[in-house]
Design a binder for this molecule. Structure first.
Ligand code: IPD
Ligand code: CA
Ligand code: CA
Ligand code: CA
Length: 266
């Protein structure tokens, strides 16, 4: 795909995302339907479904050859990275949406032949749009985000959630508490997409999560890489959007290498 086509596609994706955000804000005044998926922490609402369907309908109308991977399953079965693929989380942080009506985001990524070319994360309640187009930098609303610099572990604030406390399989016991003891602090916002957007914009210095699906991190990965940040599995391996769930670690350059070497890979 040509660079100039990215621009057209970006505007289309941005307009859909902003429109979807407006639909979600309107729902704040209405009753929503909340269901459980696998357990009582795994929520889905009528709005998660409505927004995913809204994207799919509009993308299919304008770009019938594009394929779509969406959390709620209304899109396509993706088994190869050929062509143009949209990866959509219609509401990332559904629990926050249900309980607080804030701190949730729409996450939209567009990949072309396996390469991330456009990423958008829209913090709907805040009306903050984080976005990046490959090779053109990352932005928060109209402001270009500066390249990320390094920082010492002892000065770093990292997004971590409590799931790590109970984790025994993915990482040796004690490793995450040891890392946390050596950081300045941790934060837990309840939306992977927002935490990755915060990492890309330097509000926090990194984010580590046990189990993310491609739609949780696909847009954040594009944003973070566009400002020189690093994102990988917790072993430092590259992330692939064909993998159903991966442990994800993102951080400023330098800090990422240092945490991997001194804490995570032991
Ligand atoms: C969840 C959020 C949460 C993360 C979970 C995700 P959802 O996404 O990003 O912060 O810890 O792993 O599943 O289900 O609200 O879209
Ligand atoms: Ca979900
Ligand atoms: Ca999600
Ligand atoms: Ca979701």
């Amino acid at each position: 795909m040509q660079k100039r086509n990215f621009e057209h596609l970006f505007k289309f994706a941005r307009d859909l995302t902003v429109d979807a955000g407006e639909q979600i804000r309107t729902s704040f005044q209405k009753e929503i339907t909340v269901d459980f998926k696998e357990n009582r922490s795994d929520l889905v609402t009528n709005m998660d479904k409505q927004i995913e369907r809204f994207f799919i309908k509009n993308i299919q109308k304008s770009y019938p050859d594009h394929r779509i991977l969406g959390e709620e399953g209304f899109g396509d079965k993706i088994t190869s990275l050929d062509g143009t693929i949209w990866i959509i989380d219609p509401i990332d942080g559904t629990m926050n949406f249900v309980h607080m009506q804030r701190h949730f985001a729409i996450s939209v990524a567009i990949y072309h032949n396996g390469e991330g070319i456009i990423g958008l994360i829209y913090d709907v309640a805040q009306k903050d749009l984080y976005y990046a187009v490959k090779g053109q930098g990352a932005f928060l609303n109209d402001r270009k985000l500066p390249a990320l610099g390094s920082i010492d572990v002892g000065d770093a604030v990292i997004g971590v959630n409590s799931a790590w406390v109970f984790e025994k399989k993915r990482i040796k016991e004690g490793i995450i508490p040891h890392l946390i003891n050596n950081l300045r602090g941790t934060r837990s916002f309840g939306s992977a997409a927002i935490e990755l957007a915060y990492t890309a914009s330097g509000k926090i210095d990194g984010y580590i999560s046990l189990r993310l699906s491609p739609w949780d991190y696909a847009a954040g990965k594009i944003l973070i890489e566009e400002v020189g940040g690093k994102i990988s599995t917790i072993n430092g391996d590259p992330l692939t959007i064909l993998t159903k769930q991966s442990p994800v670690f993102a951080a400023k350059p330098g800090l990422h290498e240092s945490i991997l070497k001194n804490f995570l890979i032991k």
